[in-house]
Write a protein that binds this ligand. Structure first.
Ligand SMILES: [Zn+2]
Length: 83
């Protein structure tokens, strides 16, 4: 094995961290989450497949109790409208 063969470059590490969603909170903040949270709630209720942005909302909700509360409230309102 050549020396340094298994070292990851800074870019590679960044890519892995990103892939794991560890930087989600920093890159996708509460403001952005709340902008899209209604789309996410609607997609959930309609069982629609979620897009890339909405997937980020989902990740953010998993990390952020405040936004999750917002989402729960919204989902109840939407569900009441549908029923
Ligand atoms: Zn948040």
């Amino acid at each position: 094995m050549k020396p340094g063969e298994q070292r990851l470059t800074r870019e590679q590490v960044g890519g892995i961290v990103k892939m794991l969603g560890l930087t989600t909170e920093r890159e996708f903040d509460c403001g952005e989450c709340l902008q899209h949270v209604s789309e996410f709630a609607e997609a959930q209720l309609a069982a629609r497949p979620v897009g890339e942005v909405i997937a980020k909302v989902e990740q953010h909700l998993a990390l952020c109790p405040e936004c999750r509360e917002e989402y729960e409230a919204l989902r109840k309102i939407l569900a009441a409208k549908i029923l």
